[in-house]
Design a protein. Structure first.
Lengths: 184, 101
């Protein structure tokens, strides 16, 4: 009974937040609605005994990513309201609605028809059980998935360098740089 | 009523579809990136649901990697948005058609 209540409440929070992200005219409101959805997802993670992921969800998503979004919104001053009707291509709205209803119908039909959709091989990294999901996650992360883990560190370095290169102001073309061959 | 895995999967599918629809109908690049985050979160929810159903920690590990990739994606995406909007203030995704050939 409590499980059902928690699921329904968190699902309502998630869906209201998701619709808010899409329908809010002001990007700041979209970002705040995104926080609401992410908290709802974190509650769902706790309900499924993924406590570590719930904490990471709140810290990384709500704490870092959404703050980054808000930072960029404030930096660029793009917090003007967008008229939702003005900017559509003629068929875009209907194509989007067709995509949405079609894919939702397919996915939900699959879930309902297949019923208990358990396939695949069991438990490469360790079986869940009890409450020490941090220990299991760490063991799986640093044994079976260690190469992927190292690659993500490379990915983060690339992302940081890429962000710095992208956001850097283009240098004024001064004669000195033009003379010595121009390193770029 | 008991909450089975299917309910979580349906919620994940709903979030994914709402995010995809928003990606298609919104023209503000920042909001489009937020919609991508919604889609990723829908998938994450499905991963965790399967992880619990199968009793396998692998699903949670994949969610961990998705979080990292999402962070990298947002960093690069916002860098692009800042670079573009600094050059053409107030432009939307419809204005950025220079590569359409």
């Amino acid at each position: 009974m409590v499980d059902t209540l928690v699921f329904v409440a968190a699902a309502v929070i998630c869906l209201v937040g998701a619709l808010g992200v899409v329908l809010a005219r002001n990007p700041v409101h979209s970002a705040l609605m995104l926080v609401m959805t992410l908290f709802g997802i974190a509650v769902q993670f706790v309900a499924q005994e993924a406590h570590f992921l719930a904490a990471v969800q709140v810290i990384v998503y709500a704490g870092a990513i959404v703050v980054l979004f808000l930072f960029v919104i404030m930096l660029l001053g793009v917090d003007r309201a967008q008229n939702l009707e003005m900017s559509f291509l003629p068929v875009q709205k209907w194509a989007a609605l067709l995509f949405a209803s079609g894919s939702l119908a397919v996915v939900v039909a699959l879930i309902v028809v297949v019923g208990e959709p358990v396939t695949g091989v069991h438990a490469m990294g360790g079986t869940l059980g009890g409450t020490d999901d941090v220990r299991l996650l760490a063991r799986s992360l640093f044994s079976d998935y260690v190469y992927a883990f190292e690659l993500t560190s490379l990915l983060l370095v690339i992302a940081v360098i890429g962000a710095v290169v992208l956001v850097r102001k283009p240098k004024q073309t001064n004669p000195v740089a033009a003379e010595d061959g121009g390193g770029t | 009523m008991e909450i089975t895995t299917g309910w979580y999967l349906v919620l994940g599918a709903l979030l994914f579809v709402i995010g995809g629809t928003g990606l298609l109908i919104r023209r503000n690049p920042l909001v489009m990136l937020m919609c991508v985050e919604l889609m990723l979160n829908g998938v994450n929810l499905s991963f965790v649901a399967f992880s619990r159903t199968l009793g396998d920690i692998g699903g949670q590990t994949v969610v961990f990697f998705v979080l990292v990739v999402a962070a990298a994606e947002v960093v690069v995406g916002l860098g692009l948005v800042v670079a573009i909007l600094r050059r053409q203030p107030g432009s939307t995704a419809d204005d950025l058609s220079a590569l359409k050939g």
